[in-house]
Each structure stands twice: as C-alpha cells, then as structure tokens.
Design a protein around this ligand. Sequence first.
Ligand code: PBG
Length: 329
Amino acid sequence: MYPLIRNRRLRSSEAIRSLVRETIISPSDFLVPLFVVEGKGIKEEIASMPNYYRLSLDNLTKEVKELWKMGLRSVLLFVKVPDNLKDNSGSEALNENGLMQLAIKTVKNACPEMLVMTDVALDPYSSYGHDGIVADGQILNDESVEVLAEMSVSHAKAGADFVAPSDMMDGRILSIREALEDEGYLNTGIMAYSAKYASAFYGPFRDALDSAPVDIKNVPKDKKTYQMDYANRFEAIRETQMDIEEGADIVMVKPGLCYLDIVREIKNEVDVPVAVYQVSGEYAMVKAAAEKGWLDHDAVMMEQLTAIKRAGANIIASYFAKDAVKLLG
Ligand code: PBG
C-alpha cells in the first residue's frame, strides 16, 4: 500500500483542507445566552466572565439588534432577580410583569423574528438558590414541577417561542407540555436540558445571577440530588429518551467539552435535534488562560466549538457566539 496512499495529500494546502472539511461552524449553529437585570442603562461586566454582561431592558434591545445584524437568530434568556423578590417557591417567576416576561417582550419588540428561548427553573427566584422548592433539607419534585409548568405558560403568554427547563426534576417535560397544550400554546416548543450534570463548571453563571445555593442549615449545598452524577453515562440516555417521550422537541447535554462522549452517544440514539451548552466555566477558563497569554484565544475557541459540533451538536449555546461569528467574518 505505502506509498500509493498518502493521507497528507488531503492536508497539503488550505484549499484542499477546506474542500474536505467535515465540520463547519456558522452563525445559525448558535443560541446566545443573555443575562437581564432590572434598571436602566445597565451593562455590567460579570467578574468571572470577561467581556460578558448583565443588561437592563434598554441595552437588551440594542444587543439583540446587534446580534440580528451579525446573523445570530436565537437567544436564551436568564434573569437576575433582586433578593427582596426571592422566596422558596419562586412566586416572582409567575409575575406577568416580571423581568423575564418583560425581557421576552423587549426582544420580540426589538426583533420580531428573533427566536426567544427562556430558562425555566426556580434558582434565580429562589431564596435558597435551588431549582425547586426546598423542604426539610430536600428539593420537592412534584410541587416544583407544578410551579415550573405555570412558569412555562407565563413565558409562552409573554411570547417565548421555546421554554428551556433546566431544573432536572422528574416528569417536568410532560407536565409542561400538558400545561402548554391546555392553555392553547400548541406551537410553543420545549428544549429540555435532558442530560444536565451536577458540574463545578457552572460557578461563573451563579456569580452572574447571584443564584448559588445558600449556605444555611437544612438547605442542600449542592444540586447533586437532581442534577446528574458526572460519572454516569447510561443515565444520560435514559433521561433523554424519557424527555422525548414526554414531549421534548430538542434535547440538551450540559456542560459541553467534558461531556462530548455523551453528546455523541445521544446523537446516535435519538432523532430530535441535540443542543450542547458550553457553560460559563468553560468560557471563563479560555478567557483567563488567554489573558495570561498562555493560550491563543481565537484558535482555542474555534477548536472547542468545532469539537462540540463534530461530536453531534445541532445547536450550540455559547457565550462565544459573538466572538466566533466575528471571526468567521
Ligand atoms: C439554572 C441554570 C444553570 C445554568 C443554566 N441554567 C446553573 C445551575 O444549574 O446551577 C448554567 C449555565 C452556565 O454555567 O453557563 N438552572
């Protein structure tokens, strides 16, 4: 065989490399996470997420117009809720004039065709920083699911195209689907965080929203009783299959880079679109190493995003969306 077959022929110039390249990143791959805060004229940089900001509604308008111009067509909304509006059952989440509901309307006003997805979980609204209701040192499942279903309807009513439950309670996809159908929101989709691991990579996000579990007696200090154990693989497939049976339109694996084996396995197993969330800690690591001059920011960013897509992601939720699209030119 040697030397008739020389694999290096297909690598010998950028022209041939680009001709045979299997995975190409484009603006339509991205879902852009956005952090919204109360107030006016606010654009606060998040300390552990350089060049990423919390935006008040007026600046949210500017931001989504800019994203649209860049070819970015989908956003995923998160809100930072003031402490005085937090309680154990996340009641502020159901406020028709709450920050999330206003943010949805703001994006739709600024950019009617922008796809709006919303985070559905109690943590930004919870006085304990948990995704569900806390009682006797436990996170209650079914009681939390009831609130999540109401919250989803409230987001749909405000104009959300998709709700994205990130809470990992059991049975929530079915309850949310039924609640949406009952209220006539037949076309509101569900992107389920199906395989969401209990990960230390969410640290900067919890800084951004001030949503970390609080350190008080009888409140679990972590999310390990609902988010998945990172040592597990089969469970990810079971969770994903159940979410699809319960009515999920899109399934998600989260975090990204450490979980690409899971992404590929799920991609091979299911026939709905698969999303991957490259989370805050992944973003922070690249930014920090680049600031120190230890890594080439743009090169590492593109390598990671391409790896996520190559592993099987149809959709990438990433704080790098704008950086990457600028680089694509
Ligand atoms: C809340 C939620 C989290 C993230 C998305 N939705 C944090 C958590 O579960 O504690 C993490 C996103 C990121 O780190 O970028 N349910």
